[in-house]
Design a binder for this molecule. Structure first.
Ligand code: ARG
Ligand code: ZN
Length: 872
């Protein structure tokens, strides 16, 4: 049941080459596979060959052209075994019949709005044919596919098109060949009646690559931004990492039913259509941003993932953490680096920290799992990216590039490990990274405490650091981590302070390498008492607490030369006030006045751009504050305290904010560019403050909803109204739904906003939405928009003391699990919040989970998540 990393062993047989033949018909698809197989060196004669299979029906089987006798093989639900294969190279031929239309799990070959498409990562290929379905088995693939021309004029697979033609009787065929060795999880095939846009890219060595994006007819124009993003990604990977594309074609297909964002299949990326389609009337700035990021991410996988892949699924963050780091860097270069950094850290704090601090905590490189699909997590992706970023921070830009060059050179064509990745960094830099590697192997967010003192007489300044790493499931004790602390000392007039010498630890320029439980660093020759700026650029994924006063924080907010830390100082200042108030410690008027003054200074600063200002004015969400409090959390109290603080901040300056809001209106034609998007986000940030903190916002929002000329402004007006449950909110939801009836991706926005209403009746409304006969119950986007947004972003109603929120979710999960276990288990992860809640809510949540366990037969996906949460 549980699979362990320590049990890893290569397969006794290798697959030399693969030829697949798909006959796609309306009723069913027949798959014939010819696998050329040979024993690996050292394999004993007579060792059985065990191929993976899942929900397959074997029609025929032959070895070297001769049908196999019944006694020579055995098949069960999950495998096909050749009892005694030849001890030499041989060809195994199997034939199976699939029913893609009935495949609601959306793994393997399935149909989405009539289009045949595949998803194989991590273990979907075994739902297509019997195979050694694991990432360390690499082979060249040749794929022949035939289908009726009427329903599938477009036939795509990995690699280059080598043949195509007519077969008569309305059928046609295509043959695709992928010369690059690849694991089965990168296999893809698409057949359907699709429109497309085409472009081309000339690589740095002068090769011409044909680019295509395929979509539902009529959506072609909405693929333009995705194409633009792809071309910029290709150019960036050449510039920044020297990586060139390697096939003659690169195709992307947008499909409507997809379990996650997108998939990097070699030469044939398949995307959830929400990450491809965009036009100003229906897509927000955030959607454009998301498209650019994910198009880049999947493209970058061609080198970090495909050319160099993972040895086993425990190594998932080898490709995902690294590729997320690469896509973050891409966006930083294309847009604003500080804004992107803040964005990524916000994301880490709102999703990864909660995972790392709860029952689902696991190391970025786990060592056991029941269901690998449950490990495509924010820890593997986002924390994995933070680990790579720390390497980049320690090595510097040139050192990091040198290491990456060595990685590509040494491991091209490999299925490799985290250990090999670390080794590359050690070899290229000469550093010993054995302690650093613990980041990959240990779960939990380190808590770093820092206090300081200054001795004027001796001009010496002392920083005392300590780190604690709380136990996580299965890891009662923890090792200290090597934590890079980028820092600066700021003098009373706001300019940097230097020092003449330092003792007590390792300091390289502006980087402290903090590697023990505690350390005391003494800086000599510090002319004045400094305010320390710590973890600049968020140099390590830790929770920091310091002895800095509110005044110190607000001083940093004004004077720190590091834009991330200026932002973070404001966040910490407001988080502390809200958290204290939620626990009965009211703020003083002085505290609020000082915070307000700092916020207004930021708003009026002529040097900061709008996107940055919007982030600075963003008061932390309830979930972030709840996480900061960490135990016995009462979300009602947190929500009330947050509203109280915003009201206290806004009241005296409401007219000023309102006039700034008006002044930021623009009549320019919509563009998704960073400057315009920043302006809109600042304006909508002000609208949010005015709506939460004054009685002016509701009407402004209702008006903005009416006059908006793009989805960013219209959606913001609705979502802000709903989150604050203004008197207009319900009407706006109604108007939005009518205006965009029939557009499924806009319906997702309606669902997302609806699920965040804080009023008591929200659960009844959601039940009604789900029960409507036309609600598409099998579409992941619809389900996640409604239910995912409720569990993650509506703490007040989800964690209700009467348990209604919890039961609504467990009941929905039980239903969805029968159709699509991956979607069900993802929604269930919202229960990871239970341990930090006050007892009555925690118990109500546990009761709902127990009922789910007792009353239903659950998938392995849901079963694993449920058991881990119940075990706490
Ligand atoms: N590799 C895909 C990506 O780019 C995601 C695959 C997700 N698979 C899953 N089973 N959740 O990130
Ligand atoms: Zn990825």
């Amino acid at each position: 049941q549980t699979i362990y990393l320590k049990d890893y062993a290569p397969t006794p047989y290798r697959i030399v080459s693969v030829e697949l033949d798909f006959k796609i018909l309306e009723e069913s698809t027949r798959v014939r596979a010819q696998l050329t197989v040979e024993p690996r060196e050292g394999t004993a004669p007579g060792t059985p060959l065990v191929l993976d299979g899942d929900e397959l029906k074997l029609d025929s089987i032959a070895l070297d052209g001769a049908p196999l006798m019944q006694s020579a093989y055995a098949s069960d639900a999950n495998s096909l075994t050749l009892v005694e294969p030849p001890h030499k190279r041989f060809v195994l031929e199997t034939e199976v019949t699939l029913n893609p239309a009935a495949n609601t799990k959306l793994m393997g070959l399935y149909r989405s709005s009539g289009t045949w498409c595949t998803q194989c990562e991590p273990e979907g290929f075994r739902r297509i044919t019997y195979y050694l379905d694991r990432p360390d088995v690499l082979a060249p693939f040749k794929v022949r596919m035939s289908a009726p021309k009427s329903v599938a004029p477009v036939l795509l697979a990995n690699g280059n098109l080598v043949d195509q033609g007519d077969l008569g009787e309305g059928m046609h065929f295509a043959v695709w060949e992928d010369p690059f060795l690849k694991p089965a999880y990168l296999f893809a095939l698409v057949a359907g009646d699709l429109g497309s846009i085409k472009d081309s890219f000339t690589t740095m060595s002068g090769r011409e690559v044909e680019l295509g994006i395929y979509c539902t007819h009529g959506k072609e124009a909405e693929c333009a931004y995705a194409m633009d993003s792809l071309i910029r990604s290709m150019a960036w990977d050449e510039r920044r990492f020297g990586r060139e594309y390697d096939l003659d074609v690169f195709n992307i297909v947008a499909v409507s039913d997809f379990n996650f964002g997108a998939m990097e299949n070699k030469g044939l990326n398949i995307f959830n259509d929400r990450l491809v389609f965009a036009k100003p009337e229906t897509a927000t700035d955030a959607n454009y941003h998301g498209i650019e990021r994910v198009i880049a991410h999947e493209y970058f996988h061609n080198w970090t993932g495909n050319r160099i892949t993972c040895r086993d699924w425990f190594q998932l963050c080898l490709k995902e953490g690294l590729t997320v780091f690469r896509d973050q860097e891409f966006t930083s270069d294309e847009r604003s680096r500080p804004v992107q950094r803040i964005h990524d850290v916000q994301n880490l704090r709102t999703s990864q920290f909660p995972e790392d601090g709860g029952p689902l905590a696991h190391p970025p490189r786990p060592d056991n799992y029941r269901e690998i699909n449950n490990f495509y997590t924010t820890t593997v992706y986002q924390k994995g990216a933070e680990i790579v970023r720390m390497l980049a921070t320690m090595l510097g830009e040139a050192g990091f590039r040198k290491a990456m060059d060595l990685y590509f050179e040494r491991h091209d064509g490999d299925a490799t490990t985290i250990e090999a990745f670390i080794k590359v960094f050690e070899d290229s830099s000469g550093r010993n990274l054995s302690q650093f590697a613990t980041w990959y192997l240990q779960a939990g967010t380190p808590q770093v405490k820092v206090s300081d003192s200054y001795d004027a007489a001796s001009q010496s300044y002392t920083l005392t650091l300590s780190q604690t790493n709380d136990p996580t499931p299965g890891e009662p004790t923890k090792k200290p981590l090597l934590i890079p602390v980028r820092f600066g000392l700021i003098g009373p007039n706001g300019s940097p302070l230097g020092w003449t010498g330092v003792s007590g630890g390792t300091v390289e320029d502006d980087l402290i390498l903090f590697d023990s439980d505690s350390a005391t660093l003494t800086f000599e020759g510090v002319a004045n008492k400094p305010v320390p700026s710590l973890f600049r650029g968020f140099s390590a994924p830790v929770k920091l607490s310091t002895n800095l006063s509110q005044d110190d924080l607000l001083f940093l907010a004004r004077h720190d030369s590091d834009p991330f830390n200026r932002w973070d100082a404001l966040q910490t200042a407001s988080t502390t006030l809200i958290a204290n108030a939620a626990q009965g410690k009211a703020w003083s008027e002085d505290d609020v006045d000082a915070l307000r003054a700092a916020l207004i200074d930021t708003l009026e600063n002529g040097e900061l751009d709008d996107a940055y200002k919007a982030q600075a004015l963003d008061i932390p969400a309830e979930t972030v504050v709840g996480r900061y409090i960490g135990k016995d959390v009462n979300p009602d109290a947190v929500a009330a305290a947050r509203k109280g603080l915003v009201t206290a901040l806004v009241s005296p300056v409401a007219s000023k904010l309102a006039s700034t809001y008006e002044a930021l209106a623009s009549s320019d034609a919509y563009s998704p560019n960073a400057a315009q998007a920043g302006r809109r986000s600042l304006r909508n940030g002000l609208l949010s403050l005015l709506t939460t903190g004054s009685d002016r916002g509701a009407a402004l929002a209702a008006n903005q909803f009416e006059v908006a000329t793009n989805m960013t402004d219209r959606y913001a007006a609705m979502a802000i109204s709903v989150r604050n449950w203004t008197s207009e909110a319900s009407a706006l939801l109604g108007a939005f739904r009518t205006r965009f009836a029939g557009d499924p991706l806009v319906f997702d926005k309606w669902l997302t906003a609806s699920a965040q209403a804080p009023d008591e009746d929200v659960i009844d409304r959601m039940r009604a939405t789900l029960a409507a006969p036309d609600f598409p119950k099998t579409n992941p986007n619809r389900l996640r928009s409604l239910l995912g947004s409720f569990v993650m972003a509506n703490p007040v109603q989800f964690t209700r003391v009467d348990g209604a929120g919890f039961r609504f979710i467990t009941e929905a999960v039980a239903e969805i699990d029968k159709v699509n276990p991956q979607v069900a288990s993802r929604i269930l992860t919202g229960f990871r919040v239970l341990p930090i809640l006050e007892a009555s809510r925690r118990e109500a949540g546990m009761t709902a989970l127990q009922a789910l366990k007792e009353q239903h037969t659950l998938s392995r996906n849901v079963g694993e998540i449920l058991d881990r949460i119940l075990a706490g």
